[in-house]
Design a protein around this ligand. Structure first.
Ligand code: SF4
Length: 217
């Protein structure tokens, strides 16, 4: 016999199928979507196609809140920028790409003395000898937005780890990073627009306390 959760899931799946039949609107993927997708692609399906919110949605909200608080209150941004040969900057820039159907707010855009630009993102986090995949692709997505909007090359990005004495880590973008970033956006759009049910994360430890574990098959 079906459980309540299964019934709810079937009902929602039917709604998702119906919504696929509706004319497609212009949909924009956000940075939060990309972060959720990188955690587990199925989150996108459950959140956007079945409209079931995550219990631990606060994960990103709390993180974002901390980042904002920390970056505004404690970080000497001028000092950080000075180290990066920045000749001009723009702060909190909201950019939309109609080409890639992606939008996001870049903490800072640095225009560098070699004529290129770079996103600078502040993380309320410690630097642990590596730039996490999520931080790297977030930066690459910002890079795509900056290139399209300002018509300049973006060869690198910076992440400032405010809990490691404002350690700034440079990411050198390769073409394959941009291709992967575009692929992430394409796949998220495919899930949202076509109701495509993606593979779940390979890191099964993430399933243990997942909101969707009862309906995820
Ligand atoms: S149970 Fe695992 S595979 Fe399913 S949505 Fe959650 S994290 Fe992803």
């Amino acid at each position: 016999m079906e459980t309540d959760a299964e019934i709810e899931a079937s009902h929602a799946q039917a709604q998702a199928r119906e919504s696929v039949l509706a004319p497609e609107q212009e949909i924009f993927v956000t940075v939060s979507d990309a972060l959720e997708y990188l955690f587990c692609p199925r989150f996108i399906y459950f959140m956007h196609c079945l409209d079931i919110a995550q219990r631990e949605e606060r994960r990103f909200k709390v993180q974002k809140g901390r980042e904002l608080h920390d970056s505004r209150e404690k970080v000497n941004r001028d000092y950080v920028r000075k180290k990066l040969n920045c000749v001009r900057k723009e702060i909190s820039v909201y950019l939309t790409s109609h080409k890639y159907h992606f939008k996001g707010e870049v903490d800072e855009i640095l225009f560098l003395d070699d004529g290129t630009a770079a996103p600078l993102d502040y993380k309320y986090a410690e630097f642990k000898d590596t730039v996490y995949k999520t931080h790297k692709f977030q930066a690459a997505l910002y890079g795509l937005l900056i290139m399209e909007h300002f018509g300049v090359d973006v060869k690198r990005g910076f992440v400032c780890y405010t809990r490691s004495n404002n350690h700034v880590e440079e990411i050198d973008f390769q073409q394959k990073d941009y291709e992967k970033a575009k692929e992430i956006v394409r796949e998220i759009l495919m899930i949202i627009q076509r109701g495509y049910y993606p593979e779940g994360t390979k890191q099964k430890v993430r399933c243990v306390d997942c909101t969707y574990r009862n309906i995820c098959v």
